[in-house]
Ligand binder design. Sequence first.
Ligand code: S3P
Length: 168
Amino acid sequence: MYPLFLIGFMGSGKSTVGKELSEKLHLSFVDTDTYIENKQGMEISKIFEKFGEETFRKYEHEALQEVLSKNIIATGGGIVERKENIHLMTQNGTVIYLHATLQEIDHRLKGDESRPLWINSDCESKRSLYNRRDELYRKCAHHIVRTDGHTISDIAAKIVHKLSLNKT
Ligand code: S3P
């Protein structure tokens, strides 16, 4: 069952929920974006700016391979852009889609400047990215957890309940 891979759109709460879950259950946790930033010594937005999205996707794929020994893995929203990543996740653990509506994402990401694929997009591109990704997340998720209107602690509790995880 482990690792638990948290997938979902930017701003869906993967990192915060992942941290909360790992504390609740005393399990190891990693966030692939943070892992990449530490390894490359550079923020994600800088990686996009300097080397472009393709290079970032390469780093992201390598990161995913390197963190598989962790219990809870929060991924970047674009992890599903590569088939190899989907294969790695579905074959090695349990994939949980943290679903949030586009309106909610839009609200949560207002003023956020750290996500190049969001700040540099117009409304139509955001909508089409959201719809395309939503389909990909649904296809590879073992479980879907709705997050709109729920606190981080509620969402973590829902996951514990859904997977019948025991606190240690
Ligand atoms: C991305 C999502 C980001 C980060 C990068 C690309 C995406 O992670 O990996 O900016 O393609 O959706 P979060 O989902 O944690 O924002």
